[in-house]
Design a protein around this ligand. Structure first.
Ligand code: KG4
Ligand code: ZN
Length: 368
């Protein structure tokens, strides 16, 4: 069974082919350099870039794979949450292909796809706990199967990646700055008293990073030497003051994530694994904290390889093909779901393309 996956929910345009659960090939066009000029993603420019590049990527993916388009059984597409204009471009492309090829259309929850990405290379152990940490989302899920996600906690305002990007912007580091904060933090010990671990003095599993952003702004305002002129090619000249700042921000974010994840693991002692996905899963301190946590709880830690942590189409094709196997699809009236809105579990269901195994499915579930 061959599934073409399309991703266009934010600023990466991507296409991938999965055949019988195996990745055949993938293409990705990043818009990072374009948006870096504006210090953040400009939604209208993102939509235009998806429109310009989407079909071209698919054409070159098909050419390189040597596959005839007529062999595609399912077209999977990220249907949300994401930037609405960007999603509309990807959805329309997917619908056109499904219509022309007579393939089934499968709308995929972008967040669930992130967490299931490791399934391309291995069998996933269920139930598991999923921590999704990106520039737009910070969420904790109890995952019982690829179709059964229970949202346990989410950010009430900003995402973990957003806080790191803001920390970088305040210090004049290039966008998106999480990676630079992480790099500059390497050679320094964090000061644990410098920044708060926000919204941890409670007993719930939600997050809130807006307070940390305020604390960062206040700190930087009093430290003229910390804001660096950006050197050519986005390089920065590190100094000890900046190193301490980066290490301390990194720690505040990583330890906040650790506290909530540890709480979730205690509340769900029967989980077999901890999955950590999204761009911030590439962060050194986060990885270390999660490894310690998983070992302490006696569960397996699963983190996708770096290229599958950030947005990509392989994860969409992967979850899309699992859904298609099981008989889940959408009609051509499939709607996009913007950021902040729950993604409904609104699949049509038939006997599937080739169901190999069955999962218990709670079709009442709608989740973010
Ligand atoms: O999942 P992603 O590629 O895009 C979405 O937001 O959906 O995540 C991007 C986020 C950005 O905030 C970026 O700064 C952050 O992931 N990021 C990192 C690292 N690499 C990427 N944050 C901390 N440490 C890193 N090494
Ligand atoms: Zn994402």
């Amino acid at each position: 069974m061959i599934c073409l996956g399309l991703e266009s929910s934010c600023d990466e345009t991507a296409a991938a082919l999965v055949a019988d659960g195996r990745l055949l090939g993938e293409k990705l066009a990043s818009q990072e350099d374009l948006h870096a000029l504006f210090g953040g993603v400009v939604p209208e420019l993102a939509s235009r870039e998806h429109l310009r590049r989407g079909a071209v990527l698919i054409k070159s993916l098909m050419r390189e794979s040597g596959l005839d388009m007529g062999r595609i059984d399912a077209v999977a597409v990220a249907r949300g949450p994401g930037l609405l204009g960007s999603l509309l471009v990807g959805l329309n492309l997917a619908k056109g292909l499904a219509l022309a090829l007579g393939a089934r259309l499968v709308g995929v929850n972008h967040l669930h796809a992130h967490l299931m990405a490791p399934g391309l290379n291995r069998e996933m152990p269920f139930p598991c706990l999923g921590l999704l940490i990106s520039g737009g989302h910070t969420q904790l899920y109890l995952v019982r199967s690829p179709f059964d996600f229970e949202l346990l906690g989410r950010t009430l305002d900003d995402a973990a990646g957003e806080a790191l990007d803001k920390a970088a912007k305040l210090a004049n580091l290039p966008y998106p700055g999480g990676r630079h904060i992480d790099e500059l933090a390497q050679a320094h010990e964090p000061d644990h008293s410098l920044f708060p671990r926000p919204y941890t003095a409670n007993d719930n599993l939600d997050f809130s990073f807006s307070g940390l952003k305020t604390a960062l702004a206040r700190y930087v305002a009093g430290k003229a030497g910390l804001r660096l002129p950006v050197l050519p090619e986005g390089r920065v000249a590190p100094n000890p003051e900046l190193g301490l700042y980066c290490a301390s921000v990194n720690w505040a974010v990583a330890d906040t994530l650790r506290i909530k994840t540890e709480r979730a693991l205690s509340a769900h002692p029967r989980v077999r694994a901890l999955i950590v996905a999204g761009g911030v899963a590439a962060n050194t301190m986060v990885r270390r904290a999660m490894a310690e946590l998983a070992q302490k709880a006696g569960v397996e830690l699963i983190i996708p390889e770096p290229g599958f942590c950030t947005d990509n189409a392989a994860m969409i094709a992967n979850l899309g093909s699992v859904l298609a196997w099981e008989g889940f699809s959408h009609g051509l009236d499939l709607a996009a779901v913007p950021r902040g809105c729950p993604v409904p579990f609104d699949y049509l269901r038939d006997e599937g393309l080739a169901p190999r195994r069955s999962f218990a499915v709670d079709t009442k579930l709608g989740s973010q």
